[in-house]
Design a binder for this molecule. Structure first.
Ligand code: URA
Length: 207
């Protein structure tokens, strides 16, 4: 699996610190996650292919560019919703594929409880959004589901990743590209990333 660390600019470092800080308010947390998502979406956008067309300015005709393959955005519920607004701002024409996965308490295996995926061209890339790559179990299940639909190009965006989660995704889905801002030390015995930021969904939604 290709793992790309978004080079830590001062702004990204500041924003990761704001997310980590337990005293950051819900409002500031959600604004910061939005801002980081914009940065990640811009970064991903740099590698998308474009086609040229003629654009008319008020003064003359010049070259314009269109993105050839518009990505499908797939936030992993619930915390992935925190990254959706930023990505939609950069890719306003993208359809959104919702996949809700939870652990079945009897089998202990992940299962989908909600799926709403657009009938899209499977040649489009899918951007999976989940701010915390912890054990990787849920996102690996979501990736298997997306692959099962026929999609072949998947890029997974996490803000903070654990070494354990990276190993899991690399083993299960070596073809997936991971774009992350930072790789933290380890998981604790409850599956939280250390030092991490706590529960991203709780902090984003104020629950
Ligand atoms: N999910 C979170 O929100 N935080 C973690 O640390 C791990 C999983």
């Amino acid at each position: 699996m290709v793992t790309e660390l978004i080079k830590s600019s001062s702004v990204i470092k500041r924003d990761i610190s704001l997310l980590r800080d337990k005293n950051t308010s819900v409002t500031a947390f959600s604004q910061t996650m939005h801002r980081l998502s914009l940065a990640m979406a811009f970064y991903a956008g740099e590698k998308l292919s474009t086609s040229e067309y003629q654009v008319e300015t008020p003064l003359e005709t010049t070259e314009g560019f269109r993105i050839i393959k518009v990505p499908v955005l797939s936030p992993v519920l619930r915390a992935g919703l925190g990254m959706l607004s930023g990505f939609r701002e950069i890719f306003p024409e993208s359809p959104v594929a919702m996949i809700g996965t939870r652990r079945n308490e009897e089998t202990l295996q992940p299962e989908n409880y909600y799926v709403n995926v657009p009938a899209n061209d499977v040649n489009e890339p899918v951007f999976i959004l989940d701010p915390m790559l912890a054990t990787g179990g849920t996102v690996s299940h979501a990736l298997s589901y997306i692959k099962g639909l026929g999609f072949r190009e998947m890029i997974y965006f996490s803000i903070i990743s654990s070494p354990e989660g990276i190993e899991k995704i690399a083993g299960d889905h070596p073809e997936v590209r991971l774009i992350t801002c930072v790789i933290d030390r380890e998981l604790n015995n409850r599956g939280y990333i250390l030092p991490g930021l706590g529960d991203a969904g709780d902090r984003y939604f104020g629950t």
